[in-house]
Design a protein around this ligand. Structure first.
Ligand SMILES: Nc1ncnc2c1ncn2[C@@H]1O[C@H](COP(=O)(O)OP(=O)(O)OP(=O)(O)O)[C@@H](O)[C@H]1O
Ligand SMILES: [Mg+2]
Length: 276
């Protein structure tokens, strides 16, 4: 058996509110393999977003381990965590946290700028990613000049920009109409299929859940059910979706970034919630 992409081992999260403890996660065990599409469901307050924040290393568990490819990231320093997030994870949250003063291309370039990747490498790639999510005609628009679904697609393109292994999405289509949601969902499957990106998606959307090969249901801080099923590809809405050509990728690798952020904003400016 190969090492899972991510393993949660007996993860607990306790919040203290006015010194009163609130146990939000009560021992979560979960393994996700590279390339999986996992949907997390469950009633409001079950701890889904808390779990996603821990997986995204935006918060630390009170107890337990979070291993990425066998390495416990809960032991990382804040600086190591910032770098880990930037390189390995992509975030798509319900309120997209795009930077309002920058246009679509710049927003997609942002994680790379933070890593010190030169603009000349980032820009063509950002444009290609925006084309890929169907926004080729909106490259110069700022978030305020885009619809909700378009903003969500910019967030997805941005999440893809550093070629993360895992994309964490918290109700990515929670505020979209059903046609736009369907389009964004198809895009997730298309990216999974063509790039092998792993997705962990929290959703209340039953149509999306019905298409997902694995559904984890949480209740009261625990995993209540973990179902896997084989679904025909057609169910996932890939019929008719434009296949992404391998030529769409970067002409040369993006690697060799320096350790230090150079001309971008501070890493924390990119994290979900930073501009909320
Ligand atoms: N920072 C915090 N301090 C105290 N309690 C918190 C904090 N964050 C979340 N909680 C509580 O933890 C519980 C789980 O919250 P969480 O956001 O994980 O739920 P959820 O499953 O994502 O729900 P929803 O479907 O409504 O988004 C809730 O009862 C919430 O009030
Ligand atoms: Mg939530």
């Amino acid at each position: 058996m190969s090492t899972p992409l991510v393993s949660l081992r007996d993860v607990h999260k306790r919040y203290l509110l006015d010194d009163v403890p609130l146990d939000v996660l009560k021992g979560v065990d979960l393994e996700v393999d590279a390339g999986e599409m996992v949907c997390v469901m469950g009633p409001s307050g079950a701890g889904k977003s808390t779990l996603l924040n821990l997986l995204g290393t935006l918060d630390l568990p009170t107890r337990g381990q979070i291993l990425y490819e066998g390495v416990d990231v809960t032991a990382f320093s804040p600086r190591e965590l910032a770098r880990f997030r930037n390189e390995k994870l992509g975030f798509v949250f319900q309120f997209h946290h795009l930077m309002p003063e920058f246009d679509a291309v710049e927003n997609v370039m942002m994680p790379g700028l933070v890593r010190g990747v030169p603009r000349r490498k980032l820009e063509p790639r950002a444009r290609a990613l925006l084309e890929e999510v169907g926004l080729g005609a909106r490259l110069d628009h700022r978030p305020g000049e885009l619809s909700g679904g378009e903003q969500q697609r910019v967030a997805l393109a941005r999440a893809l920009s550093m070629e993360p292994k895992l994309i964490l999405a918290d109700e990515p289509t929670g505020n979209l109409d059903s046609a736009t949601s369907d389009a964004v969902h198809s895009l997730l499957f298309q990216i999974n299929e063509t790039r092998g990106t792993t997705f962990l998606v929290v959703t209340h959307n039953r149509e999306l859940a019905a298409k997902m090969p694995r559904v984890v249901t949480m209740r009261d801080g625990r995993v209540e059910r973990d179902e896997r099923r084989d679904l025909p590809t057609a169910v996932q809405g890939q019929d008719g979706a434009r296949p992404i050509s391998p030529d769409d990728g970067p002409a040369e690798p993006l690697a060799e970034p320096s350790d230090e952020p150079r001309d971008g904003p501070a890493p924390e400016a990119l994290e979900p919630g930073a501009d909320a």
